[in-house]
Design a protein around this ligand. Structure first.
Ligand code: UFG
Length: 329
């Protein structure tokens, strides 16, 4: 297995690169470093490059004898995608189509693709199974759904073998403490809560407490980044062993409200965290919880991190030791 990981310097990409490298796989991390961090790359080969650079992609595939690709490189902020749709269509759709073209031209047919729970939009029921209607409520989710469709077509016509993984709420950090979550600007709940706990911001703002949930705040399914990383490995192994193209959800199957996350974080850090209720954030579904039975049954995926406090603790170690993210390195 010689694996090209696009977006290998990003949050989920870097955790996957590190895990594959530890398992003795030959990994080439490929990232343009627009969002990613060079210090996050924990493997021997790093190529600074863009997924639009067909020549560099082709050279890299040939030079390292690449037979499989894990494609993370994408923009992934829901709010930003609504403000700048062109940027999202260009990068997530056109960029991915370019990567697919170079891959197929060079005989690389195995692909694990980063998709998202955002493809479902407001689900008609939870837990969400893969067959539920896909009605994205934001541009980000739509770009990922478009690519799922393109891959299905490429699979039929060109023999592409792909597995699309629909992540729910990725969180946590590798326990060794050398890599973690560092977005600029940060918009995700757990890092923001921990920044408030560490005095990096005044308080955590709760986006609405009038949702139809137990405490009025939104419920999400939080899944540890290393459990996600492991799913990529299993998906790639399955493809290489002849598994047909497929789509899987990745979540813990348990929902936590925003207030429950802040309460759990208070227990982890050992002191109260200042919170304030503000208005709803547009486009937030009330409840998203995954059913991940399909990947468990098909590929034997198991989650290692099921305790939300344990998950938050791994993130806390990273944020405490790197209050400015990779700028501290
Ligand atoms: N939230 C707050 N305050 C904040 C930040 C978030 O109350 O300061 C709330 C949000 O309203 C939401 C929950 O915390 O209810 C989680 O928000 P995140 O921004 O951490 O994550 P999202 O659920 O919005 O989105 C995440 C990924 C997306 C992906 C989506 C799929 O960031 O890329 O999950 O479910 F599309």
């Amino acid at each position: 297995m010689n694996i090209l990981v696009t977006g290998g310097a990003g949050y989920i990409g870097s955790h996957t690169v590190k895990m594959l490298n530890k398992m003795g796989k030959n990994v080439v991390a490929y990232d343009n470093l627009v969002k990613g961090h060079k210090d996050a790359v924990k493997c021997d080969v790093f190529v600074k490059g863009d997924i639009f650079d067909s020549e560099l992609l082709e050279d890299t595939i040939k030079k390292y004898n690449i037979d499989s690709v894990i494609h993370f490189a994408a923009y992934s902020l829901v709010g930003e995608s609504m403000e700048k749709p062109m940027m999202y269509y260009k990068n997530n759709v056109e960029g991915t189509l370019n990567l697919l073209e170079v891959m197929l031209k060079n005989g690389v047919k195995n692909l694990v693709f980063s998709s998202t729970a955002a493809v479902y939009g407001e689900p008609e029921r939870v837990p969400i199974t893969e067959d539920l209607p896909k009605n994205p409520t934001n541009v980000y989710g739509r770009t990922k759904l478009i690519m799922e469709g393109a891959m299905e077509d490429y699979s039929r016509s060109y023999g592409l073998n792909y597995i699309a993984l629909r992540y729910f709420n990725a969180c946590g950090a590798d326990e060794e403490g050398d890599i973690g979550e560092d977005h600029n600007p940060e918009s995700h709940l757990i890092p923001l809560v921990l920044q408030a706990a560490l005095g990096k911001r005044d308080s955590i703002k709760i986006f609405g407490d009038d949702y139809p949930t137990n405490d009025g705040t939104c419920i999400r399914d939080y899944i540890h980044v290393n459990d996600l990383a492991m799913a990529h490995y299993l998906a790639l192994e399955a493809l290489i062993n002849g598994h047909k193209s497929d789509v899987y959800n990745l979540g813990n199957g348990v929902g936590f409200s925003v207030k429950e996350i802040i309460d759990a974080a208070e227990e982890v850090v050992g002191h109260p965290i200042k919170r304030e209720i503000v208005s709803r954030r547009p486009g937030d579904p009330a409840i998203l919880i995954a059913s991940s039975e399909k990947i468990k049954n098909d590929l034997g995926w198991k989650t290692k991190y099921t305790d939300i406090k344990e998950i938050i603790r791994t993130a806390y170690i990273w944020h405490k030791n790197n209050p400015n993210g990779y700028d501290d390195k």
